[in-house]
Design a protein around this ligand. Sequence first.
Ligand SMILES: Nc1ncnc2c1ncn2[C@@H]1O[C@H](COP(=O)(O)OP(=O)(O)OP(=O)(O)O)[C@@H](O)[C@H]1O
Ligand SMILES: [Mg+2]
Length: 258
Amino acid sequence: MPEHAVVIELRGVDKSFGRQKVLDQIDIVIPEAKTTVIVGASGQGKSVLLKHMLGLIRADRGEVLVLGRDIARMSNRELRDTRTRFGVLFQGAALLDSITVFDNVALPLRERTRLTESEIRKRVREKLELMNLVDVDEKYPAQLSGGMKKRVGLARALILEPKIVFLDEPTTGLDVKMSKEIYRLIHTTQERLGFTAVIVSHDVPKIFKLADYIALMAASRIQGCLPPVEFQLSDNPYIRDFVQETMGEIYTSGERVT
Ligand SMILES: Nc1ncnc2c1ncn2[C@@H]1O[C@H](COP(=O)(O)OP(=O)(O)OP(=O)(O)O)[C@@H](O)[C@H]1O
Ligand SMILES: [Mg+2]
């Protein structure tokens, strides 16, 4: 993708857990200001791939370049500074159970900025409202539904208005209306801030509307990273099977789903 600046690039990345090879010679480029969606069946290594991009898991072989720099050569401090540019929503939200919703969302602001308490309050309220979360500030994560936790996680991922976001299953467990809201939010934020998004999703084919590129993880490899239309027409056997299984008639009718 030479026409865009590259935010992240993996070159020949291998990763095994014991005898299980999860990533095999992974090459992928994440272009700036675009949305790259990673799809694939459960257990194919999507979350593991994301964790390599964040420097949370170290590759057995190959390179992970973040903003042009090899993540394996960064000091802890550099790694931390790099990560502050990222907004991250982990699969399962990963909220801190012992502090309130408000404090969970405020955490990145308290750790990374020198904003006053009243400015922090204003920003947190704004993001919670955006996520349609009312009267939950003082609640603890255990008192929330799964979908609410997910939205709190999203509020926290976006609170620093990051230029790069990693979202692992942002809509799983949300109802249709809320999922649509999340997609709209990602889309409008992208138009406004031009941010780079890497999204892992099972929400096929809906997520195709948001994607600039779709990468399929199968057989421990990236089976093509293509624009949605090309993805749907690809003759890569893994992609063809995936499209057939997840889209079936929708694909063969030649129509996009709304
Ligand atoms: N820290 C770890 N130690 C050992 N095995 C791991 C570890 N993390 C992931 N795995 C294994 O790697 C494989 C890929 O896991 P991963 O979580 O990336 O799947 P996924 O594609 O995200 O699946 P899902 O769609 O269900 O979230 C799985 O078999 C998993 O058990
Ligand atoms: Mg996963």
